[in-house]
Write a protein that binds this ligand. Sequence first.
Ligand code: FAD
Ligand code: UDP
Length: 406
Amino acid sequence: PPRRPAAPRPGPGLPNGIAMPALNRGARAADVLVVGAGFAGAVMAEQIAARGGRRVLVVDRRPHVAGNAHDHLDAAGLLIHRYGPHIFHTNSTAVADYLSRFTAWRPYEHRVLARARRAADGHDIDVPMPINRSTLNALYGLSLASDAEAAAYLASVAEPISPVRTSEDVVVASVGRDLYERFFRGYTRKQWGLDPSSLDKSVAARVPARSDTDDRYFTDTFQAMPRDGYTAMFERMLDHPAITVETGVDYRDVVADEVFDHTVFTGAIDEFFGHRFGPLPYRSLEFRHVTLDQERFQPVGTVNYPDEAVPFTRITEYKYLTGQSHPKTSLTYEYPRAAGDPYYPIPRPENQALFKQYEALARARHDVSFVGRLATYRYYNMDQVVGQALASAKALLARWDAAPRA
Ligand code: FAD
Ligand code: UDP
């Protein structure tokens, strides 16, 4: 049937997150609904509008676009990330090329120090993380002079473990128990509320030790920050005549009064299905944003605090990430929480089994594409979400090409 003519758009949702009343909304002139304006939703919307020729309505229940990558100027005028530090890195030229259509870049290689107790005197010192040759020398008063010597040292302290299944296994098998306890056990117990022995190995394997002195947090071929910030990049991605964005609007309020040809859902998959099999566990964080009346606070972008007695996991100073010059400096402290916004899927076998039940329901829903970190319950970085969304959009467009609209 012909769609209703376009009504004047009601404008964005209210900034306090309250959805516009349904009455106000009038007829929606969109073919496809995209739920979530994060990386998954924005890439899907852009591809569906620009390549699929469909009209897209993007809704997000938060009062802004860019999902967890949202950045904004704080009261002091410093660019900060509302949901914790986001550093872009990828080995995929396709992903970097795609995003480069919507932003220029500022080259940036993230560096992290971890506060640990020096073996000789128990003093706190800040050493490179991931563990590298400099970390070993500083912590144990060694003078390992080459990569080969550092590798031999690590091999001498590593414990044989087979099979390697957990995050404890993967660290102890590569750097031994002392380094594991200094850097990984406390941090992981705080961050996840679980002992590393009950978390999948993939979690701690994100931060592998090195025997060289490379002190960058990531080794990807492309490492850079969007020059004008993430939010500006998202605004360009969504700036298409066939895309309408409504923030402060929940999915449920939209589907109550409008039917779409297709839906892209990037929120939590268990929520979509009404928690039918029980809630999927997600880990949350509380962010404490602080501005100090001084130019610098710490020597690198992020300092990790693996000590379990310290209630936060890390402090990030944004100036390093953004390159901004300012007489003040803004920081974010991250406090892990059991309840709150779902930020991290928790990789462990029983959670994966529960996800598989929801995934089976998702597969049967040909009218809905599930994309992104929450909808596919995967601990994905931004570039992985972009890659996943590009692949999902391609598959959807191919399906439409094969069965064109009546
Ligand atoms: P999201 O960004 O979560 O977007 C989903 C959106 O859907 C949200 O905005 C949400 O409000 C909306 N939504 C959900 N349900 C509904 C509903 N019912 N109705 C309306 N809207 C809804 N990755 C990196 O590559 N580098 C990093 O340095 C990095 N640091 C991170 C630090 C932290 C603290 C966290 C939590 C994540 C970090 N990530 C990082 C991962 C990155 O945030 C994700 O990969 C990426 O943001 C996921 O995009 P997404 O679109 O899948 O999800
Ligand atoms: N990790 C740790 N100590 C550190 C850094 C990381 O134990 O100093 C472990 C911890 O379990 C953490 C995981 O490695 O959750 C992945 O770290 P990453 O920095 O990639 O986490 P993210 O930035 O995604 O929060």
